[in-house]
Design a protein around this ligand. Sequence first.
Ligand SMILES: Nc1ncnc2c1ncn2[C@@H]1O[C@H](COP(=O)(O)OP(=O)(O)OP(=O)(O)O)[C@@H](O)[C@H]1O
Length: 310
Amino acid sequence: MNVVVEAQDLVKDYNGFRAVNGVSFSVAQGEIFGLLGPNGAGKTTTILMLLGMTEPTSGVVRICGYDPTKEPLKVKRITGYLPENVGFYEDLTAKENLLYLAKLNGIKEDVALKKIDEVLATVGLLDVRDKLVGTYSKGMRQRLGLASVLIKDPKLVILDEPTTGIDPEGTEQVLDLIRRMSREMGVSILLSSHLLYQVQQVCDRVGIMFKGKMVAQGSIEDIGRQVLGEREGVMKLTYSFINEEALKKLDGIEGITEKRIANNTIIVKFDETRKLDIVREVVMRGFLPIEVKGKEYSLEEIYIRYFREG
Ligand SMILES: Nc1ncnc2c1ncn2[C@@H]1O[C@H](COP(=O)(O)OP(=O)(O)OP(=O)(O)O)[C@@H](O)[C@H]1O
């Protein structure tokens, strides 16, 4: 596996506040990795460290083997970064904007002109290359943004919230383009977003960040499984006398995570994977289960759990 991004134990402190707290992950060549998390989770700070735009307090970053802090120009040459709100000159055409950017990147005009048509064709804007960017929709601007990072044939493209504010059709076009960049051009993509569903459609793997930490990492399936592994069941029990004494009779049953009295029943939460053993044990101890429910988490629940409840 060709590793393009390698981050190990990244930490970033801002005046004593730990914005990123021990984050490790890697992105392989041609892989799409989604960095997910609510506002303030530390996604942007992590990205800035990958780009060499802010220095890690500790930890290691390598982009194709280069250290972004020590070799920022080498990293810049192979990395395309598209921030959330990419700015173009409204009163210039798409082509003129790209030509300007190519010059800033030190690409010669004749090479740039050829490349510009090629990337505009890739993003589906060749027909409108001579229209003023001021007339472009948000989706078209975002595709122009992708064209602007493709000009330098990057090995890695970092996208911050690439579909925010774009209508469903425009979103689909942007996502499709991201897939093609990875599958057809072999570009590695790191995509930051809080839109789990969209990320889920394109990412090979995701990392979920929360309060500076990577709380889960893997394919959506892996993460689903990680959470399913922790799924919790709930049962309601009756007993001859429901009181604290009765509750104590449930002590020591492995897999029971919580027990309490409510509405003259005993509510027990338990590890779903041990359901049968636990039901058998409570019956042997004289309790009668009147309701046993399993609880499975959907991906939406993962989102709610990590992002809203913490
Ligand atoms: N330059 C800075 N100085 C001090 N604190 C900062 C600085 N940059 C970020 N932070 C803090 O670090 C934390 C992480 O911010 P960061 O921008 O990395 O989060 P994020 O996940 O990218 O969120 P968003 O989705 O809002 O961009 C936040 O609490 C933020 O206030």
